[in-house]
Ligand binder design. Structure first.
Ligand code: ARG
Ligand code: ZN
Length: 890
């Protein structure tokens, strides 16, 4: 047990730093257990700080301090105080150079924060607070410094030595050592510092900016992965062009580097000029990477590149402002992906993720505002709320202002805050100024946790020919705020009305601000009050309202649509998101009916309107195949659990399977015809057309295998064996391995063993192999996971492996994870305890599924709480895990 419980820090307590560090000179001699880090920091008192004290307090952790001097005069240990997490120096001058030498042990650093070793390579991850594990510093984002970094290492083992900015000097030293000195002209906070040393190869390209500057682009990987870099490079160049075209942002350094590392806590990191990426977000090749993998590489490359402006040139004042860079940058990368591929598909995928995962976070014990008011460990706040909901909030500003004013607001924001550490308020005020409007009512989106509910009711008056919609917004109670104390949200509702002959002209009469599209059939209402009534005139018959087009606000919409209304929306609305959503809602209502029958012990029947609608979709050649596939994909068990008050995992699973099997059986011919008529592309490309076709094809295959027809099992196996790309190969593997039918077992066993034989040398493909097995059904699931954890390819210190096996099990195999004997919970708790000691960030993240215990029946609640409590008793509990556990048990 820890002696003192870790305490929270609060946004309201923000104070400017006592000192500034104008220049930072670093010198590294790389060694696995004794890397010598020498720093010379040019420090002065911050003129804006109101403190009279002359004390300097530097952050530092796990550093073996060797010496401290000020202006060349060595201090002895009476001049400073060394604590576990800081170094205090009592009487510092107004201005001075502080020199510190320390030793660190990258090979022992399993937290993957600070300087660590990944395989044979040295690399760093400093965001959020990892720099303090490298050297003593003011490790906070509002202290910006100009960095010069020299790296010394063995020439043979580490021919490549990189850091931020431009290389300015290099040479050989005694004992086969060499050095490279890098200088970054742009002042930056320490969290953007990076260093890499390794035996790496690179692919190179060049990009010429609008103003004619040629930028060197380099992607560094292990030699064996050189053939998997082209997609990342192409994505980088598209991102650079896009940011110039859409945001007027040009790249600023002469060189942009990406380095791929195997062991990485997150996706990637935007270190100035030297982006470090999880291999899973850089490497892509048709044979080893699925379409989704290709899209992820494109999105993450873009995301990190866009951070050069939204994050690096303008950074965050403090970590409560994390969404300032993350929400905005996710919005930017989402728009980029929409422009590169299919806009509607991208929107649907994002809305799906938000509704299944972020809404759950917002409804759980760890709910927090997009701008949190407090935290214990900032690493716990790299969340769906800060990233994805944060992006939705920026998107709403875009909707409210329109594209043109939004761009002016963004220009103003970059111009005003360039080279500075800014706040969310700075961002919004630039938008207010450019848009010529007050956004104060909008701020609830940043300050309040929880997903607002928007309940809408309609009434039609045939004599006045008026159609009225009444909107009621509420927001549930969240950990720190009662429902009644919440301010209303400014909710943009993009909508239209469908009559029997298509979209109706809108003549709204209301106190709500609204904007109408040119042809009058679409409008955006701006709700600001708990209740609003909007009356539409000249309506001849009750229409079907199409609400929240494009998912115009991240709310739970409630409207009592009949199945026929939903079918009208699905087939007639001109908004792709609404069409998809109507189909999902139809599926949900059909699944709910089956659930109800199962609970009442009645023979369930599946509403034939769903199979009719599905038939119409599958046979319609005019629709985007990707949209058809999305619409034919039943809502996930995770989403069905999320929208339930108490999630009955087994009933949800059975009901969903019944509906799925019903669709498979009743549309077998149609699925087969469509499967056979879709083209096969011998030349793989990750473009929207090909991706769409493969997604529909594999969706059909899924249903066809669900019929358990021997012919289709055989055909899936043939596809598995003959596929020339990973998308088709892994889709076939999954449908066979995840089939509950006993006739599939032999196929599944062969495919899984062949897969490992074929791909054992490709770490990222092996991850897929772990994931499929983690999701397999059956009583023996937990034992299977335990034995896979002993497999030669598993490594608990590699976060990708942990996510692939344990993460996939706990998140995507609900029936087995929630086994009422508690064995799934026990397994996860054991893993979390292990990780707590080695990698607290990942430990806290893996804990997620257990924190949602309130969603389940009382027996499971008890079992889940028992595991949480037992983790809480762990000796040496990390701050990360402590925060998640204590909030989830509160
Ligand atoms: N800034 C990075 C990104 O958005 C993620 C940072 C990872 N931070 C962490 N605490 N592991 O892509
Ligand atoms: Zn980011």
């Amino acid at each position: 047990m820890r002696d003192a419980e870790p305490s929270a820090i609060y946004l309201k307590d923000y104070q400017v730093p006592s000192h500034l560090i104008d220049k930072t000179h670093l010198h590294f001699i790389l060694h696995p257990t004794k890397t010598r880090v020498s720093s010379d920091l040019t420090i002065r008192k911050n003129p804006d700080a109101d403190t009279k004290s002359n004390e300097l307090i530097l952050h530092g952790q796990d550093i073996d301090l060797q010496s401290v001097s000020i202006d060349g005069r060595q201090l002895d240990d009476r001049d400073y105080q060394l604590e576990a997490e800081c170094l205090r120096i009592a009487n510092v001058p107004e201005q001075f150079v502080l020199s510190v030498v320390g030793l660190i042990a990258p090979a022992d650093n399993t937290s993957l924060e600070g300087l660590y070793k990944s395989q044979s390579m040295y690399c760093t991850q400093c965001e959020a607070e990892g720099f303090r594990k490298i050297t003593y510093f003011l490790d906070r984002p509002d202290v910006l410094s100009e960095f010069t970094t020299t790296v010394v290492a063995d020439k043979t083992e580490f021919p490549v030595l990189l850091s931020n900015g431009n290389p300015i000097k290099s040479g050989s030293l005694d004992d086969n050592m060499h050095f490279v000195t890098w200088h970054d002209p742009f002042p930056k906070p320490a969290y953007l510092f990076a260093l890499v040393g390794g035996d790496l190869e690179c692919i190179q390209d060049s990009f010429t900016t609008t103003s004619g500057r040629a930028i060197d682009l380099k992607i560094y990987v292990e030699e064996k992965d050189l053939d998997k870099c082209d997609h990342a490079m192409a994505s980088l160049k598209s991102s650079m062009r896009w940011d110039e075209d859409v945001y007027g942002r040009e790249y600023d350094l002469d060189i942009f580097m990406i380095v791929a590392v195997d062991d990485f806590n997150m996706g990637a990191m935007e270190n100035k000029g030297l982006n470090i990426f999880n291999t899973s977000c850089v490497l892509a090749k048709a044979e080893t990477t699925t379409d989704a993998g290709f899209q992820r590489v494109e999105a993450v490359v873009a995301h990190e590149y866009f951070h050069n402006w939204s994050g690096n040139r303008v950074t965050c004042r403090d970590w409560f402002q994390l969404s300032l860079k993350e929400g905005f940058t996710v919005f930017r990368d989402a728009e980029f992906s929409a422009d590169m591929g299919s806009r509607t598909v991208k929107r649907v995928e994002d809305a799906k993720l938000l509704r299944a995962m972020q809404f759950a976070e917002d409804a759980g014990p760890l709910a927090h505002p997009v701008q949190p008011a407090s935290f214990i460990e900032i690493s716990n706040f790299y969340t769906l709320t800060v990233y994805e909901k944060g992006a939705e909030v920026v998107r709403m500003i875009h909707t409210l202002l329109g594209a043109e004013a939004f761009r002016q607001g963004s220009d103003l924001y970059f111009e005003r805050n360039d080279g500075k550490a800014a706040t969310i308020e700075d961002f919004v005020s630039s938008m207010e100024e450019a848009g010529g409007r007050d956004l104060s009512k909008f701020m609830s989106w940043y300050h309040q946790a929880g997903t607002p509910k928007l309940a809408v009711t309609a009434d039609y008056n045939s004599s006045s020919r008026e159609y009225a919609l009444t909107f009621n917004q509420t927001c549930p109670t969240t950990p720190e705020c009662d429902s009644e104390d919440k301010k209303p949200y400014l909710i943009p509702v993009a909508m239209g009305l469908l009559g029997s002959n298509g979209p109706l002209s809108l003549v709204p009469e209301t106190d709500v601000d609204f904007s109408l599209s040119k042809n009058d059939t679409h409008c955006v209402l701006e709700l600001t009050q708990p209740q609003h009534r909007v009356v539409f005139k000249d309506i001849n018959a009750p229409p079907v309202p199409s609400l929240m087009r494009g998912f115009s606000a991240p709310v739970r919409l409630q409207f009592d649509y009949s199945p026929d209304d939903l079918i009208t929306l699905m087939t007639q609305d001109d908004d792709g998101f609404t069409r998809w959503d109507a189909c999902q809602q139809l599926c949900v209502s059909v699944i709910h009916e089956v659930e109800a029958s199962l609970q009442q012990g009645k023979e369930p029947s599946v509403d034939s309107r769903l199979s009719d609608a599905a038939r119409a979709l599958i046979t319609n050649q005019n629709l985007d195949p990707a949209m058809v596939a999305l619409m034919l994909t039943l809502p996930s068990e995770g989403y069905l659990a999320e929208i339930a008050t108490t999630a009955n995992i087994d009933t949800i699973h059975s009901a969903r399977e019944i509906v799925r099997n019903h669709l498979a059986a009743s549309l077998k011919t149609e699925f087969a015809e469509r499967f056979d008529s879709l083209p096969y592309f011998p030349e793989y490309e990750a473009n929207a057309v090909q991706i769409a076709v493969r997604s529909l094809k594999n969706c059909c295959l899924g249903y066809l295998v669900a019929t358990a027809d021997a012919v289709w099992l055989e055909r899936a196996m043939t596809q598995y064996r003959t596929a020339t790309n990973m998308t088709d190969q892994s889709a076939a593997l999954s449908v066979l391995a995840l089939s509950p039918d006993s006739k599939a077992v032999d196929y599944s066993v062969s495919a899984l063993s062949e897969f490992y034989q074929q791909w054992q040398s490709e770490a990222l493909v092996v991850n897929q192999w772990f994931s499929v097995q983690a999701m397999q059904p059956g009583e023996e699931a937990v034992d299977r996971i335990r034995s896979l954890m002993q497999h030669e390819a598993f490594n608990i210190n590699n976060p990708n492996k942990v996510r692939a096996l344990i993460g996939a099990f706990a998140n995507n195999n609900p029936v087995c994870f929630h086994n009422s004997d508690g064995s799934g919970y026990r397994l996860l708790a054991e893993v979390v305890k292990k990780l707590n000691a080695t990698n607290p960030q990942i430990a806290a993240r893996m804990l997620g599924p257990l924190t949602k215990w309130r969603k389940y029946d009382s027996k499971r609640q008890e079992l889940m709480q028992a595991e949480l409590n037992s983790i809480k008793q762990t000796v040496g509990l990390s701050k990360d895990v402590f925060e998640v556990i204590s909030k989830s048990l509160a």
